[in-house]
Design a protein around this ligand. Structure first.
Ligand code: GRF
Length: 202
């Protein structure tokens, strides 16, 4: 079983989808650590309820960004994780952190990247007037939502959509493709060649 760590800053619905998939035997992996930069994050409660070791690393408790990342890094390393999954983690991880962690890091973003990176991706899609948006699972590099893409799925934008209705429909897809992405990695079906990510048949 691949040992997985998850970082989440807030509500944690993607974390819940991953926990559900794992507990139902879908993930060939186990979630062994959940970290957050917010003590009150709902995600930590979900972890607690699922009896997963969890810890908050609030920025205000550390003298610098790097000190916070160092504490997080050593905790994740103690849990011997092999894959780090960002599920609504609202901080960009530094180049140093990624270099020292030395394992793949995944993120999910609510748009079809490279369109609409950064905050409020659903709002950006509505403001632009696109007819299709969606979500993207990608490997994390030092940029903002810029790493190699593993999975994407489109979601139509409806004329009556608000930011909330669109976000909800995208979220349903997120909850399906994020566990799928983790399963693909855990089963060794993912091969990265530069920016291109290949999915191999078993
Ligand atoms: C999701 O929309 C995800 O795509 C983005 O942050 C949000 C997290 O939601 N990165 P949740 O905390 O998983 O409910």
């Amino acid at each position: 079983m691949m040992r997985i760590g998850v970082l989440a800053s807030g509500r944690g619905s993607n974390l819940q989808a991953l926990i559900k998939d794992w507990k139902q035997g879908g993930l060939i992996a186990e979630i062994v650590a959940v970290g957050s930069d917010h003590e009150e994050a709902k995600a930590l409660q979900h972890a607690q309820e699922a009896e997963i070791p969890n810890r908050a690393f609030p920025h205000k408790k550390y003298p610098s960004r790097w000190e916070q990342e160092k504490a997080l890094l050593s905790w994740l390393q103690e849990q011997r994780i092999e894959l780090l999954v960002l599920a609504g983690y609202m901080r960009v991880l530094s180049k140093e952190f990624l270099k020292k962690l030395r394992i793949p890091v995944l993120n999910i973003h609510p748009s079809l990247l490279p369109s609409f990176p950064g905050l409020h991706a659903q709002r950006q899609a509505l403001d632009y007037g696109v007819k299709l948006t969606g979500c993207t699972v990608h490997f994390v590099d030092e940029g903002l939502d810029s790493g190699p893409i593993l999975l994407q799925e489109a979601v139509p934008v409806l004329p009556e959509d608000t930011e909330d209705t669109l976000a909800d429909r995208i979220l349903e897809v997120e909850h399906r493709i994020y566990p799928q992405a983790v399963r693909l990695i855990a089963s060794g079906q993912v091969e990265r060649v530069g920016r291109t990510v290949k999915i191999l048949d078993l």
